[in-house]
Design a protein around this ligand. Structure first.
Ligand code: ZN
Length: 146
């Protein structure tokens, strides 16, 4: 239990510091701006697609907020790079299920990669929106592609 808590803390701190994908770039296919007024988190996320439009080449984002919101955006950037566009909705749904699990987790969190470590956030209902922010931005961006 405590080692999982330590891992959770460490991953969040690392990603809140490193912020993979941070910095907006030209040439995005879609973007979304999302705010979480409860905590004061805010971010703009851009989706960059492969040449054939079938794969998420990378995400880029900028924003400010608590370490959970920043770490989650960073973890999502790692996860989404190279992901088929058609796979994204199911991953977002799985992450949402994990965040709503109140600490119980989901049967198979492997599709979430390192982002599964955010499971610990689901025990703190007030922080779930922080963790969801970037994922909602991706969901909203992809909806704009259709
Ligand atoms: Zn927050």
């Amino acid at each position: 239990m405590s080692s999982l808590d330590d891992l959770y803390q460490q991953v969040i701190l690392d990603h809140a510091r490193e912020k993979h994908g941070f910095g907006l770039r030209d040439g995005s296919a879609a973007s979304s701006h999302q705010m979480n007024p409860t905590c004061g988190d805010e971010l703009t996320l851009q989706v960059h697609l492969s040449a054939d439009g079938q794969t998420i080449d990378s995400l880029s984002w900028e924003g400010a907020g608590c370490s959970i919101s920043m770490a989650s955006a960073s973890l999502l950037s790692d996860l989404a790079a190279g992901m088929p566009v058609t796979d994204a909705p199911a991953r977002i749904a799985l992450f949402r299920e994990l965040m709503r699990s109140k600490g119980a987790g989901v049967d198979d969190d492997e599709p979430l990669g390192d982002a599964a470590v955010l499971e610990g956030v689901s025990r703190y209902i007030a922080r779930v929106k922080c963790a969801m922010l970037a994922w909602v931005a991706l969901e909203d961006s992809l909806a704009g592609l259709r």
